[in-house]
Design a protein around this ligand. Structure first.
Ligand code: GLA
Length: 386
């Protein structure tokens, strides 16, 4: 947990003691099930974590924005008339993208000092970027009285990432980070943005996140490639039935139409999306009726499909899930996020927490030569002022 007073002291030593700064927070997220469905207009079921990004902030009565972070050495100053210019491939592009979007919405931006501090690992698939975007959007909306709803801020943050940063993500991460609620999972229809906060009653089980610590490479290009493959599937299906996206099809409807897709790879990608959507619906039902064993099985099935049909897992994620399967008290495990590295999320009997971590660590090191990290996830609230 981040020490807020220490963070404020650090802010003062960086920027001076001219007035009390404010502190905001936005969480990271873990997706329980529903992977690579969001940009297909499908369902997702993520929750916000109690880890995330803190932002200490204070207007500075100049025409300059000053950026610093406790996580990165890179600091910089950006004059207000230069906020539409990207700064190499630096982390400040996330907040800068959000500022641009807010200015487009009529925000009267003034000079401001910012110190970010995250306690979620970067690039681990737990939405550190959405968390930086949302904490910026939430804080600036408040400070400069823009009066946008949290849902608007979610959309703005996604646009900042798509258009300014250049990562063509769906809406799941920003939505979970903005709208999450303590001890609830967010069941979201990514087409209509209708959602339901479902109490996350895990009985004798807990969620454990395991980081492969594999350096992710090519994630963005592979991600965009999968998006393009899904669009191709839609184009094939449109020869007979007009749909906007794969999320519109039930599994039964898809089976009727699948012969329209001549390409084996595209067919597998589309099958993943449509079957994953069905798994989300079933998982939400299982959670609501207290059937955690079923929920866990669906997590395993989701992973299998991401490995075999969508092909976004890789040796490290597969090893974590295969080894977790062998450990008593583990009823579900799967990769979470975009894939190609990052983390798994497992549903583990509470009193098996210690043995789970010991056994998994040993097997994983032996097979991959990498050290995993474990996070005992607690489900927290969405973006807020502290
Ligand atoms: C990343 C993206 C999300 C989503 C997931 C895969 O986290 O940012 O929008 O597409 O991958 O489910």
């Amino acid at each position: 947990m981040v020490d807020i007073q220490k963070l404020k002291d650090e802010f003062i030593s960086l920027y001076g003691s001219n007035g009390e700064p404010e502190v905001y927070f936005a969480p990271g997220r873990v997706n329980l099930i529903g992977e690579h469905t969001d940009y297909n207009g499908g369902y997702v079921f993520p929750c916000a974590l109690n880890y995330g990004t803190y932002l200490v902030v204070r207007p500075n009565t100049t025409r300059i924005i000053r950026f610093a972070s406790t996580n990165f050495d890179f600091k910089t100053e950006v004059p207000l008339d230069k906020i539409s210019e990207k700064v190499d491939s630096q982390w400040v592009n996330y907040p800068l993208g959000v500022m641009n979007e807010l200015v487009d919405q009529g925000m009267n931006m003034e000079g401001i000092d910012l110190l970010f501090s995250g306690d979620i690992p970067n690039g681990a698939g737990l939405s550190s970027s959405a968390s930086i975007e949302m904490v910026t959007a939430y804080a600036l909306n408040y400070i400069f009285k823009v009066k946008l709803s949290v849902l608007d801020l979610v959309k703005i943050s996604q646009r900042a990432e798509n258009e300014f940063v250049g990562m063509n993500c769906g809406i799941m991460d920003q939505f979970a980070v903005g709208m999450g609620k303590k001890d609830h999972a967010v069941f979201l229809n990514c087409d209509t943005l209708e959602y339901d906060l479902v109490p996350l009653v895990l009985q004798d089980y807990r969620l454990i996140i395991t980081n492969t610590n594999k350096k992710r490479k090519l994630t963005d290009s592979k991600y965009n490639e999968r998006r393009a493959e899904c669009e191709k599937a839609v184009a094939y299906i449109n020869r007979k039935r007009s749909i906007r996206n794969l999320g519109e099809l039930s599994l039964a409807e898809f089976e009727q139409l699948q012969d329209l897709i001549p390409d084996e790879t595209i067919l597998k990608r589309a099958y993943h999306v449509v079957s994953e959507d069905a798994r989300v619906l079933e998982a939400v039902h299982a959670l609501k009726t207290g059937d955690l064993v079923r929920f866990g099985k669906l997590m395993f099935e989701s992973h299998d499909s991401l490995r075999d049909n969508y092909e976004v897992t890789g040796f490290e994620l597969d090893t974590l899930v295969e080894e977790a399967r062998k450990i008593p008290g583990v009823i579900g495990s799967r990769m979470t996020g975009a894939g190609f590295g990052g983390c798994t999320v497992s549903l583990v009997k509470k009193d098996m927490t210690g043995p789970f971590m010991e056994q998994l660590e040993k097997a994983y090191i032996q097979k991959t030569g990498l050290n995993p990290d474990f996070y005992l996830a607690e489900v927290g609230d969405g973006a807020k002022k502290i």
